[in-house]
Design a protein around this ligand. Structure first.
Ligand SMILES: [Zn+2]
Ligand SMILES: [Zn+2]
Length: 336
């Protein structure tokens, strides 16, 4: 059986349309897997970095997309935890070994054998996708599939970044960049009673951040008016990490929410002194995703989405690259 999919055969700049929308072999659910009809798939900066070659490809051709909301349509052998017709989500972490030192102590995001959706395994820029049954997340039918899609990576990695940053309720948090992930993160931070300071180069994004309750907004090189307890950087730029570091109070942490950074510039040791830390945020665990789904319902987290059909998947990448996406881009295969 064939299906329509946006497939990356070789990386190239977003403006040169790295995805080909073609008939592609429909995935067959293997033992322990389910086949899912895709209702919506969010577009993440990681998809863009993979398609442009910033992130090394691990399988080619590959169907990118790792924020999938869909309906289970077929069960592979041995699956008895989920039923046909269930609404589920699929996220970045596609499988882990389950036995290594990281998997056994709750850090499966660091598993050396981990496979990732839309990087090692075909992802959700397609009509259908297969996934390990133990790596899908049941979602309530009331949740709008298109609005929920960006929660699965942008939201979940935002939650993990907050944890890595060490921020506590009532403290001052800086967000550097204000795309899909930061717009989820600010809602969680505000729910926790944090004061949020947002730095971004786009005036539109600064305006949206202020509407969402940021107490201060500015450009990357403007210093927030008070020292920050923690900061999260979303822009894939090492210079921005250093701006964030310089805004920290003593003992503060910068969490870098990026799988790829342009470079890490040299900086003065004085900026790191007083037990400041720079930490990367690598992937998410399944419990991060589950917690985020619960938190999204409880707060509730609102997402703003821009919809694209499968045929427009290249436009989604190009818009993300050029800063033309307000909120999150979502590919809707049924909209073609
Ligand atoms: Zn992602
Ligand atoms: Zn492992």
């Amino acid at each position: 059986m064939a299906m329509r999919a946006a497939v990356m055969f070789s990386p190239r700049p977003a403006a040169e349309r790295p995805l080909d929308v073609v008939e592609f072999g429909e995935p067959q659910p293997k033992r322990g897997e389910v086949l899912i009809e895709v209702l919506a798939c969010g577009v993440c900066r990681t998809d863009l970095q993979l398609c442009e070659g910033d992130l090394t490809t691990r399988a080619l051709p590959i169907v990118p997309g790792h924020q999938v909301v869909g309906t289970v349509v077929e069960l592979g052998r041995g699956v008895d935890t989920i039923e046909v017709g269930a609404r589920v989500g699929v996220a970045w972490l596609g499988s882990t070994c389950g036995v290594c030192r990281f998997c056994r102590d709750g850090r499966e995001n660091l598993c050396e054998q981990a496979q990732f959706t839309g990087w090692d395994r075909h992802g959700g820029f397609a009509e259908r996708v297969s996934a390990r049954a133990d790596f899908v997340y049941p979602l309530p039918h009331e949740l709008d599939p298109i609005d929920a899609a960006p929660l699965l990576c942008a939201g979940a990695i935002g939650l993990r970044s907050l944890r890595v940053s060490g921020i506590r309720p009532g403290q001052r948090l800086g967000l550097y960049g204000f795309g899909a992930s930061a717009t989820c993160t600010i809602q969680i931070a505000r729910h926790w009673g944090c004061e949020v300071y947002v730095s971004t180069r786009s005036a539109d994004e600064r305006e949206r951040a202020a509407e969402m309750g940021a107490v201060w907004t500015g450009s990357y090189d403007e210093q927030p008016p008070r020292p920050l307890d923690a900061a999260i950087t979303f822009a894939p730029s090492g210079d921005v990490v250093i701006h964030a570091l310089r805004a920290l109070d003593r003992g503060g942490i910068v969490a870098i929410n990026a799988i790829h950074l342009d470079r890490m510039p040299e900086f003065d040791y004085g900026d790191l002194w007083w037990e400041r830390q720079i930490r990367s945020v690598a992937n998410v665990t399944r419990s991060d995703v589950r917690e985020l789904i619960d938190l999204a319902a409880a707060i509730p987290i609102r997402t703003t989405v821009q919809r694209y059909s499968l045929e427009q998947a290249n436009s989604a990448l190009d818009d993300l690259q050029s800063g033309r996406v307000h909120g999150a881009a979502v590919v809707v295969p049924g909209a073609g």
